[in-house]
Write a protein that binds this ligand. Structure first.
Ligand SMILES: [Zn+2]
Length: 311
C-alpha cells in the first residue's frame, strides 16, 4: 500500500527551521529555487525534509509506545542516532551488535519501530556497514510558485532585561538578539510505502522476508502517527515562542495499492493534475481532497481509514 500526501499551507510568522547563529543573530534556512519560464533563481525561506522527518519520527516513537510496540532507548527520547556504530547500538538495544548482516537488520527492525519505518545506517569504524532505506519520503517545504517572488525574510529584534537585579554588572542587564522570521504559502510533500515495513531489505536474497509477526499492527500505528502529525502540524523548531499561524489551503491524500505519487504542489493546478494522472495510471488509487471533500481533519481521518482498510 502506498500513501502520497501533497499540500499547500500558509504559515505566518514562522521560525520553523533555523540554521546557524552568528553571534546574537539566528538565521532562517534559505534555499535556491528556480522559477519556471523565466528561470530566475530566488533564495527563499525553506523548511528542510530532515526537520519534517525528525518531527514525524518523534510522533511515531510516541505512538509506538502508546500501542505497546518496541522503540529503542535512544529513539524513544527523540535522539535519532539510529544504530550509527557499536556503542550507539549497545546503548539502544542493550546487547552487542550481531555480526551477521541479516541478523543485524532483524534485531534493529524487531526492536525499534522508528528504525523499521525510518531506516538506519550502521557504519562502524571496523567496516561491515548495514543500511536500511527509510520507508517514508519527505523533502523541503518551499514557497509556492505564486508566493515565491514576494517572500521575504525579516530579522526581528528581541531583548531580555535584568535591570534592577544584581546581575546587570556582568553585562547581562540587557541582552538583545535577532531571530529571522518569514511568512509564506509553503508546499508540503510526504509519502509512505508500506512494502518493506517489518521486512528485511539489506541482504539481497532475503529482501522482502518478514522479520516480525506484527506487521499489520506496525503499519496501523505508522498511519496513526501520520494522522496526528498532519492534523497537529508536529514539526519545526522554535515553537515555544515563535508558534506560527498555520492555515492549510489545500491537501490531497492518495491511497493506492502500488507506488503512486501526487504531482508537485508547487503549481496551483496540482489537484487537477492528480485527477488527470489517475485517469491514465491507477493502482486502485483513491484521492481525498481538502477542502473539496470536507474539513481538513475529516479528509485526513477518512484517508487514513481507507489506508487501514487495505491492510
Ligand atoms: Zn531506534
Amino acid at each position: 500500500m502506498f500513501v502520497s500526501i501533497r499540500g499547500r499551507v500558509l504559515v505566518n510568522v514562522e521560525a520553523l527551521n533555523m540554521t546557524e547563529s552568528v553571534g546574537n543573530y539566528v538565521k532562517h534556512r534559505r534555499v535556491p529555487v528556480i522559477l519556471p519560464e523565466s528561470y530566475t533563481t530566488y533564495f527563499v525561506p525553506a523548511i528542510s525534509g530532515e526537520s519534517i522527518a525528525h518531527g514525524f519520527q518523534v510522533v511515531l516513537a510516541e505512538e509506538a509506545k502508546k500501542n505497546g510496540l518496541p522503540v529503542c532507548k535512544l529513539c524513544e527520547k527523540g535522539i535519532f542516532l539510529k544504530s550509527t556504530n557499536e556503542s550507539v547500538f549497545k546503548e539502544s538495544f542493550g546487547q552487542d551488535p550481531p555480526k551477521d548482516e541479516f541478523e543485524f537488520e532483524r534485531t534493529v527492525v524487531g526492536n525499534c519501530l522508528v528504525e523499521d519505518v525510518g531506516g538506519f545506517l550502521y557504519a562502524p569504524k571496523a567496516g561491515g556497514n548495514v543500511k536500511r532505506t527509510s520507508n517514508f519520503y519527505t523533502g523541503y517545504m518551499i514557497p509556492t510558485k505564486e508566493a515565491l517572488e514576494n517572500v521575504v525574510i525579516e530579522p526581528q529584534l528581541h531583548s531580555r532585561y535584568a535591570l534592577g537585579t544584581p546581575f546587570v554588572e556582568g553585562g547581562q542587564g540587557q541582552m538583545i538578539y535577532y531571530v529571522e522570521l518569514s511568512s509564506a504559502v509553503y508546499t508540503f510533500s510526504f509519502d509512505l510505502d508500506t512494502r518493506y515495513i517489518g521486512r528485511a531489505t539489506f541482504v539481497y536474497d532475503k529482501a522482502g522476508q518478514d522479520v516480525v509477526n506484527d506487521r499489520k499492527n506496525r503499519i496501523e500505528v505508522t498511519l496513526d502517527a501520520i494522522q496526528m502529525f498532519l492534523i497537529e502540524f508536529m514539526f519545526g523548531a522554535k515553537k515555544t515562542r515563535f508558534l506560527p499561524m498555520v492555515e492549510w489551503e489545500s491537501l490531497v491524500v492518495a491511497i493506492s495499492d502500488d507506488v503512486w505519487t501526487i504531482p508537485s504542489p508547487f503549481a496551483e493546478n496540482y489537484i487537477e493534475k492528480a485527477e488527470k494522472k489517475m485517469q491514465k495510471v491507477n493502482y486502485n488509487t483513491k484521492l481525498f481532497v481538502y477542502p473539496r471533500d470536507g474539513e481538513f481533519e475529516e479528509v485526513v481521518v477518512n484517508a487514513i481509514e481507507e489506508a487501514k482498510s487495505r491492510l
